[in-house]
Design a protein around this ligand. Structure first.
Ligand code: GDP
Ligand code: MG
Length: 446
């Protein structure tokens, strides 16, 4: 018995050591520098003001922050750390990176989407180890340690052809470790900025720096944001907040091959444009280029063709969600009643991550006829079945007559945004949109 106990302890210690070694290996890979492979070298002129393809005309209104880059013989990249979380957290990181890549005229490297179930369960299983890594190195280790088995190429989720009309895109289909190895001989420039300290602006014109004194800023003091970017947090511990970092002033002249937005830098970038018209333009870059792939639409439309018309929909976010997991069915029922769901139809499509369908009995008792994606989806047994089903759920909710989502869920947020049910002011979208206008943050008008 004692021997067995010793063996178990030894096995656990060994597993912990292997995990630590893997993390250090990944870190060293990320920082390694060296010659650029010949096939990635090419001549290109970088000019922000002339946009790409169909976007050229819209791009021209960005002249005030646009500057021509010098001719370079290398392809320049920008990429982001996908956050530990679901696909919509990843999407937000991608959307911010897309804006920054477009501003800097760099090729955006996009990454596979991770299985939410695996990300959550592996974090829960080894919480103590992840926490100790995070204390020293910052956050988002779970994504970086995932294997390809639990990842889906992002081209299966998003229409990269559309995205390429706004920015050059390079798709990574491998896991993070292989990506780091493949690009290890390029020169990396790592950037870390936490929303506990501040946010990003495109550029503040000369002579206007004083305007930023009147910024309304509520630091994100969540444990996640406070754990991010430990070095930056230490450096600015006593500094006046917000720390406003300029995309163009800080990154435009960076010569490294890859700008890497590490940890939650991209996910929580909260980019603000100095000029309102540039903010409008940037919001269009996102709206025009972040769309589901044709394959996702095809399958979702098959489901839509079977559903009764009209139908209403709800998104009930449960499992790991801090806000919505604590809401009772009455929360959704009251919101549905407020919008007079029953006046349209009793057919109700339910998008949810809740595995226990008994939880939805109060909806049936209230007279709703429920439809779930499980009825239309053949499971493949892969870890990301839930995530793929979630994409169909989103398309279906987007096409419902009326919709009620979950508070604080970016999954619901994407549905609201795609339905056009957002708050608007001064020609800009204020909710479910990571990019905005600095003027909306100023106490005095710009
Ligand atoms: N199939 C399905 N999955 C969901 C649903 N809601 C949440 N999920 C899963 O949980 C993840 C939630 O993470 P995310 O998309 O980042 O949204 P958020 O955490 O609610 O902001 C999704 O990516 C899905 O894997 C749903 O309605 N249907
Ligand atoms: Mg999430």
């Amino acid at each position: 018995m004692t021997r067995l106990f010793q063996l178990v302890v030894f096995a656990q210690l060994l597993a912990a050591l292997i995990l630590m070694a893997a993390q250090f290996y990944l870190l060293s890979m990320q920082d390694r520098q060296g010659p650029i492979p010949a096939q990635t070298r090419r001549v290109r002129v970088l000019n922000l003001s002339h946009g790409r393809g169909k976007q050229g005309k819209k791009g021209q209104s960005h002249n005030e922050v646009a500057k021509s880059h010098a001719q370079t013989s290398r392809r320049l990249y920008l990429t982001y750390q996908p956050p530990d979380g679901g696909w919509n957290n990843h999407r937000i990181a991608l959307e911010n990176a897309l804006i920054i890549a477009r501003l800097l005229n760099r090729t955006l490297i996009v990454h596979p989407v991770a299985s939410h179930d695996v990300a959550i369960s592996s974090r829960r299983k080894n919480l103590a180890q992840w926490r100790s890594l995070e204390k020293r190195w910052g956050i988002n280790w779970v994504y970086n340690c995932m294997t390809e088995r639990d990842l889906v190429p992002i081209s299966q989720v998003l229409d990269l052809k559309r995205m390429r009309s706004v920015v050059n895109v390079y798709e990574v289909k491998a896991n993070h470790k292989q990506f780091s190895a493949k690009f290890s001989n390029l020169k990396w420039h790592r950037v870390c900025h936490s929303d506990a300290l501040g946010f990003w602006v495109d550029a503040i014109p000369e002579g206007k720096e004083n305007l930023t004194r009147g910024i309304e800023f509520a630091p994100n003091n969540s444990s996640r944001s406070v754990r991010a970017c430990p070095r930056e947090m230490k450096r600015h511990m006593h500094a006046h907040k917000p720390i406003v970092r300029g995309i163009l002033s800080e990154l435009e002249n960076v010569e490294a091959d890859i700008i890497y937005l590490s940890q939650d830098t991209s996910y929580k970038a909260n980019i603000r444009f100095f000029h309102r018209k540039n903010a409008i333009l940037a919001q269009h870059w996102i709206l025009d280029s972040v769309r589901f792939s044709p394959k996702i639409y095809e399958k979702a439309f098959q489901i839509l063709s079977i559903l009764p018309r009209p139908f209403n929909a709800i998104h009930v976010r449960r499992t790991d969600h801090k806000i919505s997991a604590n809401m009772a069915p009455s929360y959704w029922l009251q919101n549905m009643a407020r919008l007079a769901f029953r006046n349209v139809t009793s057919a109700l499509y339910v998008a949810t991550d809740e595995p226990d369908k008994i939880w939805f009995e109060p909806f049936q008792q209230a007279g709703y006829q429920l439809y779930f994606s499980d009825e239309f989806f053949k499971p493949t047994g892969r870890s990301f079945d839930m995530d793929i089903k979630g994409l169909y759920d989103q398309v279906i909710c987007i096409h419902a007559k009326l919709f009620v989502g979950s508070k604080g869920s970016s999954f619901s947020g994407f549905i609201y945004r795609s339905r056009g049910e957002v708050m608007r002011k001064d020609g800009l979208i204020l909710s479910h949109m990571p990019v905005g206008w600095l003027g909306h943050k100023l106490t005095r008008e710009n």
